[in-house]
Design a protein around this ligand. Structure first.
Ligand code: ADE
Ligand code: ZN
Length: 357
């Protein structure tokens, strides 16, 4: 049987989705999954390449952008690491971070928790102190404009455990020096590099009282999410969208309220899902999982955080209550103090209840 939706009802539904997209865009929000190197727009890559005399494999901005046709995570990472090769000085890291902060502020992000990949830079001879100093200085400036932030150091999982341990040792003084640097994470090529490979370095980070996150279940199987929870003892799981394949895991995530930092545009760009209507975000939300929405690598995936909200509201036909829950989850799952969390949620509530959709 085919059901025909009356034209006026269909038009109404489209109009209410548009209003909800706008309401979500205007709402104060948190972003909990953004790789700062993934915010490097092609224009800035070329400007920094020129400033630093770095030779790129692409001879124009358009040629670089044309290469952003990814088939999986690895095909993206190859270009992402090439893009990051233009970053050399403290000012470069400042400029990249400030450009992201401008975009985040324009999307009404009021709190952001930013990943950075020190090994991508130290292996090119850039000291880790230079990386953190430039990022932190920009975040301090953005804080004066209403964007609070935390910083999370990610280990590259395609490199060895001993490389991660050495990176952690080199970063130890920075954890003491920079109040914003509060945690460690795990990113890069997931398949073949399970969380278990990094159990010891995460144990050391936990002993220092750092927050712990890991990419798991983006391309990798649910067993990687179990490893992130049981071996790394993470506070949040980055992506985690493949958890839907294991009902017991979904129940566990829902019961423990371990949040997933989901990145919808990333998942479709990297072919985790064929298209946005296939995304598991709503199914996970329906089962009580603390899902959040984030941009991952916005310069590469076609949009900052508000574009991610737009994509799921339209494709998954989310309603007002579901969007509010996702926005609130962002604050609930953030690594702020209980007082800061209460203030952020009060700000969201005041905005959401005032707005119409
Ligand atoms: N590094 C930058 N973006 C990433 C992603 N989506 N998955 C794993 N590592 C990454
Ligand atoms: Zn990521």
């Amino acid at each position: 049987m085919t059901i025909t939706i009356p034209a006026n009802l269909a038009a109404n539904t489209a109009a209410s989705a548009t209003a909800l997209v706008e309401k979500a865009a205007n709402a104060p929000k948190a972003e909990l999954h953004i790789h700062i190197e993934g915010s490097l727009e092609p224009e800035l890559i070329f400007a920094l390449a020129q400033r630093n005399n770095v030779k790129l494999a692409y001879d124009s901005i358009d040629a670089l952008r044309a290469a952003y046709a990814f088939t999986d995570l690895q095909s993206f990472l190859d270009i992402y690491y090439a893009g990051a090769s233009v970053l050399l000085t403290e000012q470069d890291f400042y400029d990249m971070t400030m450009a992201y902060c401008e975009r985040a502020l324009a999307d009404n992000v009021v709190h952001t928790e930013i990943f950075f990949d020190p090994q991508t830079h130290t292996e090119r001879g850039v000291p880790i102190e230079t990386v953190v100093a430039g990022i932190d200085r920009a975040l301090a400036d953005a804080e004066k404009r209403g964007l609070s932030s935390k910083l999370i150091l990610c280990f590259l999982r395609h490199l060895s455990e001993s490389d991660a341990l050495a990176t952690f040792d080199a970063a130890q003084p920075l954890f003491a020096r920079y109040a914003r640097l509060i945690g460690v994470g795990l990113d890069s090529s997931e398949r073949g590099h399970p969380p278990s490979k990094f159990e010891r370095v995460f144990e050391k980070a936990r002993a220092l009282g750092l927050k712990l996150v890991a990419h798991a279940g983006e391309e990798g199987p649910p067993s990687y999410i179990y490893e992130a929870l049981d071996l790394l003892k993470v506070d949040r799981v980055d992506h985690g969208v493949r958890s839907i394949e294991d009902p017991a895991l979904v129940t566990r995530l829902a019961d423990t309220r371990v949040a997933l930092t989901v990145c919808p545009l990333s998942n479709t760009k990297l072919c985790v899902f064929d298209d946005m209507t296939q995304h598991t975000l709503k199914a996970l939300l329906d089962k009580g999982v603390a899902v959040t929405v984030n941009s991952d690598d916005p310069a590469y995936f076609g949009g900052y955080v508000n574009e991610n909200y737009r994509a799921i509201i339209e494709a998954l036909k989310l309603d007002d209550g579901e969007v509010y829950t996702i926005l609130r989850n962002g604050f609930e799952a953030s690594f702020v103090t209980p007082e800061e969390r209460a203030a952020l949620i009060a700000k969201l509530d005041a905005n959401w209840n005032r707005a119409t959709a």
